[in-house]
Each structure stands twice: as structure tokens, then as C-alpha cells.
Design a protein around this ligand. Structure first.
Ligand code: COA
Length: 257
């Protein structure tokens, strides 16, 4: 499928999404959010795809936030709809995909950009990356899940410092906070993420989907994560992947999922 604001591709077991509005530092306007929704749904439905890498076009930005020009004249009701739709169609969607998504954070990840990276399952930053939630400098708060996901990843105190100062942290600080898992050079970023994605792709897709669901349950107060884990663990035993994984181990060969 071809899009106006993003590029979606796949090669082997890997899907690649590039947000492609470099002149606007890849800011997320409504059209881009809709295209991202469609691209993620389509990659999730493709059973050949076992991991997805998302990055930003150009050398400067992953995503510099929601597109400020689009909501500058919104009233409160319109803003609530914008946040609710965005959370449902993109940010929650990504976090709940059973295909792991790696954010290759290649520059500014601000506001909605950092919120998108945080909705992904794994984050890797290039050494020039700068991250922050600057919304309070605009008289706003984060609306795409930032007030919830940032404390989950870095703890309440650090999250509140980042949110109330609106300041940016660099890649090394983000790494020490646990906001990203790795920092690599700009040149190595995509190949590093591909290597990570290929390691994931060697494992059982059905087990990985169940693992993501169980880990997510830890952050959902409406369910008991331990019960979700027991249930998902049990369900693994009826799968072809379980049959293949255990047989391969006993036959001293690599599994072929
Ligand atoms: N929404 C809309 N447009 C944006 C944008 C955003 N979040 N972030 C950047 N842009 C646009 C700029 O308006 C500019 O467009 P123009 O050339 O048509 O004027 C272009 O992207 C380049 O940005 P510019 O500000 O000139 O780059 P810079 O290197 O001087 O500064 C930033 C980079 C990231 C510090 C700065 O763009 C910025 O502060 N962006 C907004 C960040 C933000 O508040 N995000 C949260 C939104 S809720």
C-alpha cells in the first residue's frame, strides 16, 4: 500500500515504517496518524512479519510531536476527541500489537513523538537523540499517553521532572533512566535494530504475542496480571509452536517456527 506521509515496507520477517515529513520534523498530523494506524494493522495481519521497526525520515528527528498547527484553534471538546482517537487508533494499538515494535529513535522525540516511542515495545536511540515532553510550555499536558507511560518506564519522580520542566534529555540520560534500551551511533541505528528484530524473529510468534499481552497486563488495573499469565502460559501448550519448540529441543536441533 502506498501512503502520503509514511513509507511502509517489509523484507523477510521484518516490517519497516518510516514517518516521512522531514520538513516538519515528522510531526504527527491527523493524516499521518491514520496512515500509521493502517500500516500497523496491515503489518500485524501479515503472518510473515515477526517484528516491526519504526523510525523518522531525515537525520534530525524521529517525531517532533503532534502537529501544533492542526490543533492551535481547537476547543476543549475537540481536543478531547483528538486525544481519545489518537490514543485508541495509534498509541494503544501499537502497545497491544502481538508483533513487537522497535522504535529507532533517530533524533528529536518530543511530545507525541516520545509518546509514540513509549508505546512501542523496545526503544533504541542514536547518540544525537533528544527526548522530552514539552507540552506544558504550550499550556498543555501530554495527551497521547505520556503521563501514564513515562512514569511506567522511568519512575514517577523522573517523569514529573521531565513533564513539569518540559526539558529535553539526551540519549545517554535516556539510557540511564531506562527510557531507551540502547544508544548507538547514527550510522549503526537501523542495522542494530534489524539485528535485534532478527533475534526476535527466530522465536515463536505466538509465544511472543502471549508474552506481550501478559506483560501489558501488569499495567492494566482492570485485570490480574498473574492470572493473565497463567492463562496465556496454559494456552501456549496447545500451539504448533510449542510442539515445534519442545520437539526441536529434545531432538537437539534449532526450532523452525
Ligand atoms: N508541529 C508542527 N510543526 C512542527 C513541529 C510540531 N510539533 N515541530 C517542528 N515543526 C516544524 C516547524 O514549524 C518548522 O516548519 P517551517 O519550516 O514550515 O516553519 C519545521 O518543522 C522545522 O522546525 P524548526 O523549529 O525550524 O527546527 P529547529 O531545529 O529550529 O527546532 C525543535 C527543532 C524540535 C526544537 C522545534 O521544532 C520544536 O520545538 N518543535 C516543537 C516541539 C514540541 O513542542 N512538541 C510537542 C507538541 S505537542
Amino acid at each position: 500500500m502506498s501512503y502520503q506521509n509514511i513509507i511502509a515496507e517489509h523484507e523477510g520477517h521484518l516490517g519497516f515504517i518510516t514517518i516521512d515529513r522531514p520538513n516538519k520534523l515528522n510531526a504527527l498530523n491527523k493524516a499521518t496518524i491514520q496512515e500509521l494506524h493502517e500500516a500497523f494493522v496491515s503489518l500485524e495481519e501479515d503472518k510473515d512479519i515477526r517484528a516491526i521497526i519504526i523510525t523518522g525520515s531525515g537525520e534530525k528527528a524521529f517525531v517532533a510531536g503532534a502537529d501544533i498547527s492542526e490543533f492551535a484553534d481547537f476547543d476543549s471538546g475537540q481536543a478531547k476527541i483528538l486525544a481519545a482517537k489518537g490514543q485508541k487508533n495509534l498509541f494503544d494499538l501499537v502497545s497491544k500489537l502481538s508483533t513487537p515494535v522497535i522504535a529507532a529513535v533517530n533524533g528529536f522525540a518530543l511530545g507525541g513523538g516520545l509518546e509514540l516511542a513509549m508505546a512501542c515495545h523496545i526503544r533504541v536511540a542514536s547518540d544525537n537523540a533528544r527526548m522530552g515532553l514539552p507540552e506544558v510550555s504550550l499550556g498543555l499536558i501530554p495527551g497521547y499517553g505520556g503521563t501514564q507511560r513515562l512514569p511506567q518506564l522511568v519512575g514517577k519522580g523522573r517523569a514529573l521532572e521531565m513533564i513539569t520542566t518540559g526539558g529535553m534529555i539526551n540519549a545517554d540520560q535516556a539510557n540511564s533512566y531506562g527510557l531507551v534500551n540502547h544508544v548507538v551511533s547514527q550510522e549503526e541505528l537501523l542495522s542494530f535494530c534489524e539485528d535485534l528484530a532478527k533475534k526476535i524473529a527466530r522465536n515463536s510468534p505466538s509465544a511472543i504475542g502471549a508474552a506481550i499481552q501478559a506483560v501489558n497486563a501488569n499495567y492494566d488495573e482492570s485485570v490480574n496480571g498473574f492470572e493473565i499469565e497463567i492463562d496465556a502460559f496454559g494456552n501456549c501448550f496447545g500451539t504448533e509452536d510449542f510442539e515445534e519448540g519442545t520437539s526441536a529441543f529434545l531432538e537437539k536441533r534449532k526450532p523452525n517456527f
